[in-house]
Design a protein around this ligand. Structure first.
Ligand code: ZN
Ligand code: ZN
Length: 412
């Protein structure tokens, strides 16, 4: 099997507080074979001289939507699946260009796009997919306009219908969860509160009954999957956690009590500050409505505080972005927003080791260790000192490797 030897580098293992010099990393096939503080002997390995740059695990974004290709997602109703796929392939190339070698898609991406990436047809990060996001009638994932009385369109010619599902009552929820898992979902996404990008549901509405949430988590568990819940308010977070949900998405309005509950259940929160800042600045120009932007202001206000509350309660927080369409270019700005309240190494851990735990690939992703997938980036400097090295669409990354294959290599 072909081998690649990285030398003359500083290794950033997210367990450490700082990169350490003198290490070498040997990749064999799609995994890391050896990591050593001494020179590694390997006859026949292709040698890559990193010129003292920092080698670290590829980044993990635990909340993206590769199929939400429009900033006003309502516009997806006029986008057929073919065009959505073409747009998604560009968005995913942007993600891996920025050093994100794994993303968890929290609603929309299907087994088709995942297979296209896995088989090398499309350049992009590893995808952990949820298939359709599931919510109740009138909730955050009800794709209809008020003038629609029935499920009018087919998902092949209406992107909005393709990425979202509606289910009511525990039995229907159970069937819908089973359907997503039949379609290859790695995890199940449900809506437990109102949302920003949906026009009709109040932010503090509680979506799904406790029996419906419990049906979803029971069914996911039976199939070896888990449930993530879109939830902003303490009430929504509490209902989700008490009924078996594993990860809370957004969580902007979290309070100390609901944070303690997540901690006691061993759950995770996936914050995503950048989307609220970017929407406030630029979403109107892409057709986001005044109602949506008013809801955005409410959650934006809680975003930084939510990180402080989670830190104090000991809740593990994943790196998420949740950016829509053209705003996805801001994906790495999440580092900069979090740095207002967290240390750079804490944010790097959120985007590596914590992300790996979230997708249940601890030791295989988010780390540079023997047996892990060779998903790595080579940074032109020390990101612990300067998070801006992650900005500019990957310009400061000299190499990006996923599964032992270079996506980019500007090194000799
Ligand atoms: Zn959401
Ligand atoms: Zn989302």
């Amino acid at each position: 099997m072909s081998q690649i030897l990285f030398r003359n580098l500083s290794l950033l293992d997210p367990k450490w507080d700082e990169p350490r010099g003198g290490y070498e990393v040997l990749v064999e096939g799609e995994t890391i074979r050896e990591v050593s503080a001494k020179p590694i002997k390997s006859r026949g390995a292709r040698v890559v001289d990193c010129g003292k740059r920092t080698l670290m695990p590829g980044l993990i974004d635990s909340h993206v939507h590769v199929f939400l290709t429009e900033v006003n997602i309502g516009h997806l109703e006029a986008i057929p699946l073919t065009l959505m796929t073409a747009k998604a392939s560009q968005l995913m190339k942007g993600m891996i260009d920025r050093g994100f070698t794994t993303v968890r898609d929290t609603g929309g991406a299907d087994w088709g796009i995942k297979t296209a990436v896995d088989s090398g047809l499309i350049a992009g990060p590893r995808l952990f997919i949820s298939a359709k996001a599931i919510g109740p009638t009138g909730g955050h994932s009800d794709p209809r306009r008020r003038t629609d009385y029935q499920q009018a369109s087919c998902g092949c010619c209406n992107g909005m219908v393709y990425v979202m599902a509606v289910a009511n009552g525990a039995d229907e929820v159970r069937a819908c969860v089973r359907e997503q898992m039949r379609q290859g979902a790695d995890q199940i996404k449900i809506m437990c509160s109102g949302g920003v990008a949906s026009p009709y549901d109040p932010l503090d509405s509680l979506q799904f009954s406790e029996a419906e949430i419990a049906a979803a988590t029971d069914e996911a568990k039976n199939f070896g999957r888990y449930v993530l819940a879109h939830a902003y308010t303490p009430e929504a977070i509490t209902r989700a956690m008490n009924n078996g949900v594993r990860t809370i998405e957004h969580g902007n309005l979290i309070d100390e009590k609901s944070a303690k509950l997540i901690k006691s259940k061993g759950g995770y929160m996936i914050a995503n500050l950048v989307t609220y800042f970017s929407m406030k600045e630029r979403a109107a120009q892409f057709g986001m409505t005044a109602e949506m932007l008013a809801k955005n202001d409410i959650v934006l206000e809680g975003a930084l505080r939510s990180l402080e509350i989670c830190k104090k309660a000991g809740v593990k927080v994943g790196y998420g972005t949740d950016l829509l369409g053209a705003l996805q270019v801001d994906q790495s700005l999440e580092f900069i927003h979090r740095a207002k309240v967290l240390k750079p190494i804490e944010i790097i851990r959120q985007a590596t080791t914590v992300g790996a735990e979230i997708v249940r690939m601890e030791g295989k992703l988010g780390t540079i260790a023997p047996g892990a997938y060779a998903d790595l980036i080579v940074v032109d400097g020390n990101p612990v000192k300067n998070l801006k090295l992650f900005l500019d669409q990957g310009a400061h990354l000299s190499a990006i490797m996923k599964g032992g294959k270079f996506h980019k290599n500007a090194l000799k």
